[in-house]
Each structure stands twice: as C-alpha cells, then as structure tokens.
Design a protein around this ligand. Sequence first.
Ligand code: FNR
Length: 341
Amino acid sequence: MSQSIQSHRKDEHVFLAEKFFAAHATAGFDEVRLLHDPLPETAVGEVAVKPALFDWQWPFFINAMTGGSKQTGQYNQQLATIAAHTGLAMATGSQAVALKEPALAETFHVARTADPDGFLIGNIGANKTPAQAQAAIAMLHADALEIHLNAVQELIMPEGDRDFHWLANLQTLVETSPVPVIVKEVGFGMTKEALAKLAAVNVKYVDVGGRGGTNFAQIEGVRRQSDDYQDLIGFGQSTVESLLEAQGSGLTILATGGVRSPLDVIKALRLGASAVGISGQVLHWLIQEGPAAAEAHIKAWQQQLPALLALLGAADLTALQQVPVVLSPALVSYAQQRHLP
Ligand code: FNR
C-alpha cells in the first residue's frame, strides 16, 4: 500500500493525538453545573435517551478520525465493529486522501464491511466538488456526509491550503448531496456569526467542534517541527462556548471536542446539542486497552446515560432541557460580551 505524504500524515495524526491526549479536557464542561434535585421522582427504567436526530438510538457517536493508511484503516475496521456492537453512529476521517489515491479507498470501505447496517458518516473538506462528495459517499455507502472546516490546521501545515473561500461551495455541496450534510469544525469552535452564514447557505446540521480536546494547532506544530503559529494552541472557542454561541441558531447542533465522560455528554445535550461526538477518548481506549476494552467503556457510558438522566429527573432529552443549569462567572461574562441569549 502506498505511503504518500498524505497517507503518512494520517498515522502521524493518530500518534500525536494520542501522545497529547489529556484525560482531563478543557472544553468548558467544568464551568457548567447541573443542579441536583434530591427528589427526582423518576426511575432509571423509565428513561429514554434516544435523540431526535436521524434514526439514532444513542445521543453520542464516534466522530471522524481514521482511514487513509494501513494502520488507520485497521482502526476504522475496529471502530466500525465497535459501532456495530453498540449501535452507535460513526464517522470516518477525511476521505480526501482516497479521492486522490484510489487504492486507499479500502481503508475507509472496511468500516462499511464491519458495520453493514450502521449509520456511517463520510468526511471531506469544504473545497471538494459535488462529484468528489458523491464519490466519498459511495466509498462508504454513507448515510450522511461531514464537511470539515479546518482553517487553523491548514494554515499551520506547510502543505496546507491558503484559500478559505468556502461558503459558496458549501451551498453547492449541500444542495447536491444525496444524503444529509453535517458541517463541522475540527476543534476551534463556532461563532453565532459563522452559524448564521451557514444557515444562509441552507446548511441544516452543524457540529460546533470546539476547543478543549484534540488540538490540531499542537499536533501540526509538532509535525512541522516549528514554533510558528504555536500561539494558536489556545485559540478558538471551547465546546461549551460554541454551544452558547449556537443557542437560538435554528440549526440542528452537534457538539464534539473534549468530551470525556457521560456527564459531559449530558451537559452538551442540556446546552442544546442534539448529539455529541467523541474522538480522542475512543482512540485512547482503542490504542491503550484494545478494541474489547474500548467497546466495554462505551457500553458503560450507555448504561450511565439513562441513570444520569433519571438522577436529574428528566424522562428524556426534551425534559433534560428543563434541568436547572448554573454557568461559571467566566461563561456568563462570555455570553454577555457576545450578546448571546
Ligand atoms: C481528527 N479529527 C478529524 N476531523 C475531521 O473532520 N476530519 C478528519 O480527518 C479528522 N481527523 C482526525 C484525526 C485524529 C487522530 C483525531 C484525534 C481527530 C477531529 C475530530 O473529529 C474531532 O472534531 C476532534 O478531535 C475533537 O474531538 P475530541 O478528540 O476532543 O473528542
């Protein structure tokens, strides 16, 4: 199998994401408190966690990471097997490399082979053509397509794009895609202005992809072996700030970035996410403990989610929206300065 620069980059991303994985993320979930009601008047068995999104059974999913090299093809196969066993939706990493080098398509297609009936999401960049988008969808028989916005990452990569005129093309991609399109950031978050621009070009689903988990400024800085742009490591809006930005956007919001626990998932859902993506945490389980343990961790989250909802007195994800929440002074100040609802 070929190991072009692009293919090798996939292995480096995994290696560096895992090297910098922090068990405690800084995505803002610590700044959000859900209040305890000692009289929840619920039972764990009565609670439903199904989200109002596609036909998903669970309000969290494995988000885009792998494919494009031999090693990351194996991860796609393992992640898709876990997705099949747990009923989770899953996105592959960017398929751009396989559009360029068709021999690499198999490192993505393995996910469909491992999870024939699952909800699989393809992934491409915002500069791709409708024909490339359709090729990416066909490669996976994808049920939805993620389009990633990664201006910070491109800027830091010496070989990266320098042209960020993406909006008109996004409109074309949304209007020509045979499957739902999810526009996602990769870890630097969103603003309400960006969300309004996306809504204006008919985007319906946005993953706010906030700061606080996997950090591509850090990863690309190490790859280029340079301090250039390393002041961008703290740049961008955290996942929680991005969720505040998304309040009242009218879009269907997903949230990824620094999700480390079932309670983080619940907090993101309480702040308006319809579903929550996990990437670095799943990769960490997979690399450190192997596929069986990664699957067991996910099943544990699946047990804890209804238990936590019951604790909060919420019968389902709609009722969760009524649970009282207290934000840190820093978040309140953020919301005020940004004139958020
Ligand atoms: C990613 N991510 C990513 N996103 C994307 O849209 N296309 C991609 O190809 C990749 N590749 C990728 C590789 C690796 C190794 C990691 C860890 C992540 C970003 C990912 O989908 C997610 O948005 C961020 O990682 C933030 O979530 P976590 O990792 O903090 O849970």
